[in-house]
Ligand binder design. Structure first.
Ligand code: AMP
Length: 190
């Protein structure tokens, strides 16, 4: 089978992390989550972590150059050469352009960009529920509002970016994890 290079994006709370993990297991390629990598850097108190922490806690996007550096380093690793599921990257047009440049350098092509859509009211409900279950420092109401605004202003324009490249697949994010996973599989095979 050819390399699988997919990206999953959607608003905060749409379930992209859960779906990316499932898909990565199923396809046998690594899940590359910038959110997870940044949280690990914060926990380890590295230079990247120190630059990212305040932005993350406030619900703001971490500056492009920090996130692009982390992602490039990860995608150049050996286990990512046969494919990857990018989860939470890119989130800005500048990041999408950096990804294009990196893929050109690696002589690789993006197969599909899957976006999971869920209405805003349901997203806020899901995020507040998650705040009780996990203890993420950015799952308070104020940070959630900022993350939604960041998504609308900076990330949503990527829908047009990938639509124009004819790799976009929009998946309905309502229903159970299994139902959404099934729709994603169909979108990949289509
Ligand atoms: P996530 O786990 O994907 O929801 O990401 C959690 C937080 O990490 C976001 O609210 C941002 O502060 C930061 N983050 C993750 N990925 C990116 C990215 N691609 N660009 C900028 N900030 C990011």
């Amino acid at each position: 089978m050819s390399a699988r290079r997919l990206l999953i994006f959607g608003p905060p709370g749409a379930g992209k992390g859960t779906q990316a993990r499932r898909l990565a297991d199923r396809l046998g390629v690594p899940q590359v989550s910038t959110g997870d990598m940044l949280r690990a850097s914060v926990a380890a108190d590295t230079e990247v972590g120190r630059r990212a922490r305040a932005h993350m806690d406030a619900g703001e996007l971490v500056p492009d150059e920090v996130v692009i550096g982390v992602t490039e380093e990860r995608l150049e690793q050996r286990d990512a050469q046969q494919g990857f599921i990018l989860d939470g990257f890119p989130r800005t047009v500048a990041q999408a352009e950096a990804l294009d440049a990196l893929l050109r350098k690696l002589n690789a092509r993006l197969e599909r960009c899957i976006t999971i859509s869920v209405g805003e009211d349901e997203l806020v409900q899901r995020l507040l529920k998650r705040a009780h279950l996990e203890r993420r420092s950015d799952d308070n109401e104020q940070a959630i509002r900022v993350r939604m605004a960041e998504y609308r202003e900076k990330t949503a324009p990527l829908l047009d970016y990938y639509r124009a490249r004819e790799v976009l697949a929009e998946v309905d994010g309502r229903g159970s994890v299994e139902e959404v996973a099934q729709r994603i599989e169909e979108a990949i095979c289509a």
